[in-house]
Design a protein around this ligand. Structure first.
Ligand SMILES: [Cu+2]
Length: 629
């Protein structure tokens, strides 16, 4: 709608009822008196109309699930959205979505036992956010639980708005019990499926949900429009309290217990010995095409996702369009998202959707399979669900085939802007190591740690972004090593006496620098797959290989034309991946393994990107309600 038309409608809607009321009540048309007497009415009606005309552009098929958007939820005009800096990015039109996330405990029953879980608005998985590209999103998070809370909008680039990114002690102090905070960010240059999740402790286990970015109104998908779309959130379920599981492990020095089951949209599907489990069912109509927005919200496990006798066409990952390709199996790591088209090409029947673990290192994992059902209308009540063979748990060839198929769409409209030159060429070893732990008696005085370039990251007690912005000394150092401090056969067994060092060290980058990071797995304890997530940016996966990265040979094979672009990229077990990005977003940006156990152990670091030319290339001032530590 044209802006002046909207203004006219608003004026008419605001003023007409008040004028009529004035005439009826006072039997005269004294405009100044009316205005003064009814100013309150004008404000309320005006603001409501203004807000509703700007927010209700969610398409009909998604409106029912967007109940948190618009007037029903948190009213965003009670805060001033800082949107002036975005007008040039969206042709002057800024749409504001307001939501309220109330963090509350809720009892939930799975695997025939009940426990209280931390939720947003009492929902598990949490509410879906539907936004459009260029929308400004305001989410008021109210903490009504006894844990500190923070929420991360995973994959949102947060251009200059690091304060809204969410990782506790990196970009903000957590929201303490009884407190609240409004996350305020604008979505730009992204469209597709992402997720939001808690970014403190292990609360992410139950505090997560989908974040869908629809294209700007009137802009089509670069693939045939699906008949309907469906969110598929994959997760992990522990029978015990999740925080108790990790607390216990941290005290003992041992690895935490693996989950007891996997979930699809919150349900495990059939479980032996507990037949009354709920199950997610997707009802489909024959010949129609559905868009599945698949999210791995699990903590520690990569998944294979298959649907019996159905192929999927992958069209987008991590809110970046890809060259469409058909596959019968999806590989998805924690933090990754995948949008797939599913054509219901059968006439009738029930078909199993299965979620199983991928782990090509011999360590203990939750090897259970979660199931859901794809159901056609003309299916007899007594017909058996059709299953398919799920990939073996260590099916590295299937995983590699899938990874090799992912390529950026790289069309005229959606080009892959791969940095072709590199200002900072870095090599980071990622993996597990050990440090001394005198109190860890059961593990003979050592503790497992996660490291990047042999540094275990120590979380600060205030946020790094605040320390950087307010030039507070003593919180971090900017001397994170750009190369491994010890050179050895990384994917071999590793030097025996290599103890990890520790520190709150960041790698400093000038604004707009182009960066290449080779993420090299290590086998000091055991080689393992690590899905590495970078906040604030997407990265291009320009190369991947097994063994140790070779600086002379491997760059010659890099794909600088259409490499996959994503926010979470897998370092293969016993191998390496090379990523590139442009540091065009000032702030402090966390990079960590998205296996929560590895992050807890310290497999994390941060980049500090300096301001460029202000005002447009500088971090915005912090919001007034930024939580205090
Ligand atoms: Cu990891």
């Amino acid at each position: 709608m044209k802006h002046w038309v909207r203004v006219l409608i608003i004026l008419f809607a605001c003023l007409f009822p008040a004028f009529v009321e004035c005439r009826v009540r006072h039997y005269k048309f004294n405009i100044p008196a009316c205005v003064l007497a009814r100013i309150e009415v004008y404000l309320v009606v005006g603001c409501l109309v203004f807000h509703c005309t700007r927010s209700f552009e969610v398409p009909a098929e998604t409106r029912s699930r967007a109940s948190l958007c618009g007037c029903e939820g948190f009213i965003p005009y009670s805060v001033k959205a800082n949107i002036s800096h975005l007008k040039d990015r969206s042709n002057g039109v800024v749409r504001i979505l307001g939501m309220k996330f109330v963090v509350v405990m809720k009892n939930a029953s799975r695997l025939c036992s009940t426990k209280p879980i931390v939720t947003v608005n009492g929902q598990f998985p949490g509410p879906t956010i539907y936004a459009r590209e260029f929308d400004t999103v305001l989410v008021k998070v109210v903490n009504h639980v006894n844990y500190n809370v923070s929420i991360h909008w995973h994959g949102i680039k947060q251009f200059r708005t690091g304060w809204a990114d969410g990782p506790a002690y990196i970009t903000q102090c957590p929201i303490q019990p009884g407190q609240n905070y409004i996350y305020n960010f604008t979505i730009s240059g992204q469209r597709g499926t992402l997720l939001w999740h808690a970014h403190i402790l292990w609360l992410r286990a139950t505090v997560h949900g989908a974040l869908v970015i629809l294209p700007k109104l009137g802009v089509p998908y670069p693939f045939p429009k699906p008949y309907k779309e469906e969110i598929i959130v994959l997760g992990e379920w522990w029978k015990s309290d999740v925080e108790a599981v990790i607390d216990e492990a941290q005290k003992s020095g041992f690895a935490p217990n693996v989950s007891d089951a996997h979930t699809i949209n919150g349900y495990t599907g059939f479980v032996p010995n507990c037949p009354s489990q709920g199950e997610f069912t997707l009802n489909v109509e024959s010949t129609k095409t559905y868009m599945l927005r698949i999210i791995n919200a699990g903590l520690n496990e990569q998944f294979f996702f298959v649907i019996a006798r159905h192929n999927l066409t992958i069209v987008e990952v991590d809110a970046c369009y890809v060259k469409p390709f058909k596959t019968d199996t999806i590989l998805i790591a924690p933090g990754q998202t995948t949008t797939a088209l599913l054509t219901a090409d059968h006439f009738s029947g029930s078909y199993a959707m299965s979620v199983s673990t991928f782990m090509d290192t011999p360590i203990t994992v939750d090897a259970t399979t979660a199931t859901a059902t794809l159901r056609y209308p003309r299916t007899a009540a007594n017909s058996q669900t059709i299953f398919t063979t799920i990939p073996p748990i260590n099916a590295t060839p299937i995983a590699n085939k899938y990874r090799d198929s992912l390529k950026s769409l790289n069309s005229g409209k959606y080009p892959a802007k791969v940095p072709l030159t590199v200002d900072h060429s870095l090599v980071f070893t990622v993996g597990l190591g050990f440090s001394l732990c005198p109190t860890c008696k059961a593990t003979n005085g050592i503790r497992l740690v996660g490291t990047v370039n042999n540094v275990t990251f120590v979380m600060p007690t205030t946020s790094l972004l605040q320390a950087h912005y307010f030039k507070e000394n003593g919180v971090f150092t900017d001397d994170f090593p750009g190369h491994p401090p010890h050179v050895f056969n990384y994917t071999g067994p590793g030097p025996r006496n290599l103890q990890a060092t520790s520190g709150t060290r960041v790698y400093r980058l000038p604004f707009n620098a182009t960066v290449q990071v080779v993420l090299q797995d290590t086998g000091i304890i055991l080689p393992e797959d690590h899905p590495i997530h970078l906040h604030g940016f997407n990265v291009f996966g320009v190369g991947r290989g097994m063994g140790n990265f070779n600086q002379d040979k491997d760059p010659k094979r890099f794909n600088l034309v259409d490499p996959v672009e994503r926010n979470t990229i897998g370092v293969p077990s016993g191998g390496w991946v090379a990523i590139r990005f442009r540091a065009d977003n000032p702030g402090v940006w966390f990079m960590h393994c998205h296996l929560e156990v590895h992050t807890t152990w310290g497999l994390k670091m941060a980049f500090l990107v300096d301001n460029g030319k202000c005002p447009n290339e500088c971090v915005l001032p912090p919001p007034k309600d930024l939580p205090r530590c």
